[in-house]
Design a protein around this ligand. Structure first.
Ligand code: DGT
Ligand code: CA
Ligand code: CA
Ligand code: ZN
Length: 576
């Protein structure tokens, strides 16, 4: 997706925050937030649009279109610059703390001169918040947890952000004459849930021109270090990129080494040592003679250690080395196995695109696709019975058209994303729920319930005969919101017993159920739905991150209902 769109969206979001902080009407601020989301989801580069074309983007009126034109010309806009002058950057950072909104951040700044998360931590420790209106001792505790989460996320970025940066670097460097191979390595290749820095490996005889291509990219804001084998830059967005260049003859050994993880590499090297061999980024060697055994491909390296080749997503030293030695690695699910998506939204609720647009995009990829807009208890989405039934009719008609226009077959399912209430009940009575082809049910409120209540809540949702999938089960947002406290073993048992699947939500900000929990759930007999939870056309492209997360949880197609043919899926959805 176009970088200009993301940059403009970030500025509009910042403006919305600062606007509320300076006493502006929150309703007007939401207009900017909404426009920002529409712009970042917009497929064409906004810096190339005419004023008339800009106005066609949802949520973009004359005033915002003017600001976008200003951003395209100058990189910012006057109103934003004015607000920036009034509020230190650190104060806006405060709003990044989960559980602290813009108004309360401003209060902290005005009354206690707190202008960074670190200062807030000190103020809480010193008891300075105790007498502050609107901040009880419970909220101080919550804020501390939020600061911890923010700091542990540190400067790490989400998978999609790292992947887009890597794609840009690869696009630029692979054009350089003499570049023989290039690929992403490190945590990005393993699809970790957050990325510290982007590692790119290239093969060439002369590394100089490749390094120069990297350092002269317009996105390169700082050269951290530069040499013939490794050059590191920091992008203008603050992300570090390491480019390493090796000879083509050692490509496989280097790729294996720089993919990691470190723990995996340590285990593999131990295996080598036991066989009187030595493994490094230069190849696999015989210790006694110093003779090179192999280095050209990863496959050879693993094979000469009597191991299956291990998919990068499994390389975390959680048993994959032993399994590969026994030749018993699971045949993990791949992108090509996925047949459908059972959780998606349209602009009937908080999606960015229309039913027709979402379906047209889904048709290029899937065999079946469920529309699951939000249900009425999420009140801000203003869902009604009537709207839902009208949409159902539209979905039926659209489905018939798809079946008869000679294009790619795609079966449409009509569903909803229910809200699991604090007591485990959901939005509609059974008679109404029976009209849906599929129901996802998710927690969207009351995140702080004690474990026993939270567990009861999930179990009751699973026991509902109309609930097929628990959406984004732990409701965490990476670096932003902690997971809910639930007895996982009880949740898995309830899912397995009732025939309710757990979602592997593919959105890079969620990746939920997290891969660390997936294996235990699978061992308890749970089935999974890899879903995009798409709110835009762009979100549909994030399916790959859900698949990678499922791989990190060692799932096979058998474990994943969205790889099953429709007939088998239909049986599962009947929960009989
Ligand atoms: P990150 O960047 O924190 O998300 O995680 P990684 O895994 O990308 O770590 P990074 O960038 O420090 O290094 C990339 C890979 O290179 C790492 O997974 C294993 C390998 N590697 C780098 N430095 C060392 C080292 O000093 N020892 C070993 N054994 N491996 C290393
Ligand atoms: Ca890295
Ligand atoms: Ca690195
Ligand atoms: Zn949801």
């Amino acid at each position: 997706m176009p970088q200009a769109n993301d940059a403009a969206a970030a500025l509009l979001d910042e403006y919305a925050d600062l606007y509320v902080m300076t006493g502006g009407d929150p309703f007007r601020a939401r207009v900017y937030g909404k426009a920002a989301r529409a712009i970042s989801a917009y497929p064409r580069d906004i810096s190339e649009l005419t004023p008339a074309e800009l106005l066609k983007i949802t949520g973009v009126g004359k005033s915002i279109a003017g600001k976008i034109a200003e951003i395209t010309a100058t990189g910012s806009f006057a109103e934003l610059d004015d607000l920036r002058a009034d509020i230190p950057d650190g104060v806006r950072q405060l709003t990044q703390i989960p559980a602290l909104g813009p108004r309360r951040a401003l209060q902290l700044y005005q009354e206690l001169q707190i202008s960074s998360p670190e200062q807030l931590r000190d103020a809480i420790a010193a008891g300075q918040l105790n007498d502050l209106k609107g901040f009880g001792s419970k909220s101080a505790e919550k804020l501390l947890r939020g600061i911890d989460l923010l700091e542990s996320a540190g400067q790490r970025v989400l998978l999609n952000v790292a992947a887009e940066t890597a794609a840009r670097v690869i696009e630029v460097v692979e054009r350089v004459p003499g570049c023989q191979r290039i690929a992403a390595a490190g945590s990005l290749r393993r699809a970790s849930e957050s990325i510290g820095d982007v590692d790119v490996l290239a093969a060439a005889e002369d590394s100089g021109p490749l390094m120069t291509a990297l350092t002269s990219m317009p996105e390169s804001a700082e050269i951290i270090g530069s040499g013939p084998t490794k050059t590191s830059i920091r992008t203008s967005a603050g992300l570090q990129v390491d480019l390493r260049v090796v000879g083509l003859d050692v490509w496989g050994a280097a790729l294996q080494y720089f993919t990691g993880s470190q723990a995996h590499n340590v285990r593999v090297r131990e295996i080598a040592v036991r066989r009187k061999l030595k493994l490094s980024e230069y190849g696999l060697f015989d210790v006694e003679s110093g003779h090179l055994i192999c280095s050209e491909t990863e496959e050879e390296v693993y094979a000469r250690l009597d191991m299956q080749w291990i998919p990068p997503t499994l390389r975390e030293d959680t048993g994959e080395v032993e399994a590969a030695l026994r030749h018993e690695l699971p045949p993990v699910v791949t992108d090509a196995d996925v047949r459908g998506d059972l959780h998606s939204h349209t602009n009937l609720t908080d999606g960015q695109a229309s039913l027709e647009e979402m379906v047209a995009a889904a048709r290029e990829r899937y065999e079946y696709y469920a529309i699951t807009d939000h249900a009425p208890n999420l009140v801000m989405q203003r869902m009604t019975d009537e709207k839902m039934l009208t949409q159902r009719e539209q979905v039926r008609r659209l489905g018939e058209r798809l079946a008869s226009d000679g294009g790619r077959p795609l079966v449409l399912l009509h569903g909803t994303e229910l809200n699991i209430g604090p007591d485990g009940s959901v939005d509609w009575p059974p008679e109404f729920l029976a009209g849906f082809d599929i129901c996802v049910a998710s927690v969207h409120s009351h995140f702080d319930q004690p474990r026993s209540e939270m567990t009861r809540r999930f179990v009751r949702a699973c026991e509902n005969p109309h609930v097929n999938i628990i959406g984004h089960p732990l409701t965490r947002k990476i670096g932003r919101r902690p997971p809910v406290d639930v007895d996982l073993a009880e949740l898995y048992r309830a899912c397995a017993e009732t025939g309710t699947a757990l979602e592997v939500n593919a959105h890079p900000a969620r990746l939920d159920l997290p891969s660390a929990h997936i294996r235990a759930a699978r061992d308890a007999g749970v089935k999974f739905a890899i879903d995009t939870d798409a709110h835009s056309l762009r979100d549909l492209t994030y399916l790959q991150y859900g698949v990678a997360t499922a791989q990190r949880g060692w799932l096979t197609p058998e474990d994943v209902i969205t790889t099953w043919p429709l007939a088998r899926l239909g049986q599962f959805l009947r929960k009989a």
